[in-house]
Write a protein that binds this ligand. Structure first.
Ligand code: HEM
Length: 471
């Protein structure tokens, strides 16, 4: 029985709820089909748990922004939240611990150059390693499957621990593998089965891998934190971990707000996972489209060459003089739909578009529906930078551009991510030309589903455009 005045939806089956309404390997088409039938705010049952699905800009904004506080909780008792024990930041429910940790992260990342020069230096430094790797493949072909994951992992690692890994380092490979596997499993079929059928949770099914991977990462993070404790100078933080350890020592109120060693460890894992697969998959999608669309690639390169003429490297400010490249970066993010759904829950009894939604209801904001919503975009279903250009050719960002979501829970790494995407794309396109291999058949743009959408593996041809100059 749906609660009184609850959003409509298909009739649930006993035990399974609406599991059979969804393609468990990728439910996005079914979410769309159900919205066409029941409206932009409808409900579904995951086993016995009711969930409300929000479709399109109006419903998503009204919930996450206009009623931001009411919709800023996180659902508990799902595979994603159980793996991290509900600690950290991403899956912590609405409340003081989450608020204080979010405030701390935003402030600390800003002090370390979030949106400022020092962060830029870190990104450019790592891009140099990426460029060196591509140079080795120049004149041939490259499979970029781990290329961008390696770079994105190191950038966030530098922020957290002040150091980077060599791409061939075993620890680095373990991090990247565990994180990417987990983002696929938690939103994949086994995640759906875990979330819908709690009676199966103790069985040795593939979702157990998520917990195993999590413990592997946990051990590595704990080792790094204990090294930091031994080498830090209080009051002189080198990185995010040092800042947190300083905060822990300040006054005992910190402990009241959940600042403690365990939260630090989960927090670090959350920031690493949030900053890795998202940025890397956006870049993978960007290069897939740019390789398949040489005219768009070439137009970016012309603009980049003109604006950067005589300069050793790009800086984030250069985006203001590159309207076309800016439009391409944004269009890549729009088409990539890197995070297709954001999981929330209601923090109190609330209302949305005339429906009553009780406290603790699982809410799925379908960001994918907003990024390709008809009426919001000039070309909702094709890769076209004109989606972000006005008639004068100036860059313009439509309101429906929500890859980072919206409201109090929106991505807290947006500043870092936008800087990474711009600097990596510009630096790499300035140096190299990419082309689709003749023997590779037609490009397949259909992504693989997970917490993040990932392009299917592909190869690209690489030619050197400019000799490497000092960055
Ligand atoms: C292209 C790259 C990225 C995309 C598309 C992206 C997108 C998102 C989205 C859609 C959410 C969920 C928001 C919601 O629940 O409504 C989110 C949350 C989050 N992101 Fe990102 N993100 C990116 C990069 C990053 C980076 C680099 C960091 C690292 C600092 C980061 C840290 C986080 C954190 C900590 C949260 C949870 C915030 C909270 O629960 O309060 N993200 N991101």
């Amino acid at each position: 029985q749906r609660p009184k005045n609850f959003p409509p939806g298909p009739r649930p089956a006993p035990i399974f709820g609406n599991l059979f309404e969804l393609n468990i390997t990728n439910p996005l088409k079914d979410f769309k089909r159900l919205a066409e039938r029941y409206g932009n705010v409808y409900s579904l049952y995951f086993g016995a748990r009711p969930a409300v699905v929000l479709t399109g800009l109006k419903a998503v904004k009204e919930a996450l922004v206009t009623n931001g506080v009411d919709f800023s909780g996180r659902p508990q008792n799902l595979l994603v939240s159980d793996a991290a024990d509900g600690k950290g930041i991403i899956l912590v429910d609405y409340g003081t611990t989450w608020k204080e940790h979010r405030r701390f992260a935003l402030m600390t990342l800003r002090n370390f150059g979030m949106g400022k020069q020092t962060m830029e230096d870190r990104i450019l430094g790592e891009t140099e390693h990426l460029v060196a790797r591509l140079e080795k493949s120049a004149g041939g072909f490259v499979n970029p499957q781990t290329l961008f994951h390696d770079a994105a992992s190191n950038i966030i690692y530098l922020v957290l621990f002040g150091t980077r890994y060599d791409y061939e380092d075993d620890n680095h490979k373990v991090y990247v593998r565990c994180f990417t596997e987990n983002t696929k499993i938690t939103n994949g079929p086994w995640g759906m089965i875990y979330d819908t059928l709690p009676m199966l949770r103790s069985l040795p099914l593939p979702f157990r891998k998520v917990f195993k991977n999590f413990h592997t990462i946990e051990k590595m993070v704990l080792t790094m934190i204990s090294k930091h404790k031994k080498t830090r100078v209080p009051g002189e933080p080198r990185d995010f971990v040092d800042c947190y350890l300083d905060e822990l020592e300040k006054v005992c109120w910190c402990y009241c707000e959940g600042f403690c060693d365990v939260t630090l460890e989960r927090y670090i894992i959350d920031l690493h996972v949030a900053g890795l697969d998202t940025t890397a998959n956006t870049l993978l999608t960007a290069f897939l489209y740019l390789t398949a669309c040489p005219d768009i690639q070439e137009r970016c390169q012309q603009e980049i060459d003109e604006v950067l003429e005589g300069k050793a490297h790009a800086c984030f400010e250069d985006r203001l003089n590159m309207p076309y490249t800016q439009a391409v970066v944004h269009e890549c993010q729009r088409i990539a739909i890197t995070v297709p759904t954001a999981f929330h829950s209601t923090s109190r009894d609330t209302e949305l578009m005339g429906y009553s939604i009780p406290k603790g209801t699982f809410v799925i904001a379908n960001l994918a529906s907003v990024l390709s919503e008809e009426g919001q975009w000039k070309f909702p279903h094709e890769f076209n930078p004109a989606n972000f250009l006005n008639e004068q050719g100036q860059f313009e960002k439509p309101e429906a551009f929500l890859p980072f979501s919206a409201g109090p829970r929106m991505c807290l790494g947006e500043g870092l991510a936008r800087m990474e995407l711009f600097l990596i794309l510009v630096t790499v396109l300035r140096r190299f030309q990419f082309f689709w291999p003749e023997d590779a058949g037609e490009p397949d743009f259909t992504p693989l589903y997970g917490v993040t959408l990932t392009p299917k593996p592909y190869r690209m041809g690489v030619r050197l455009r400019q000799p490497a100059t000092e960055m």
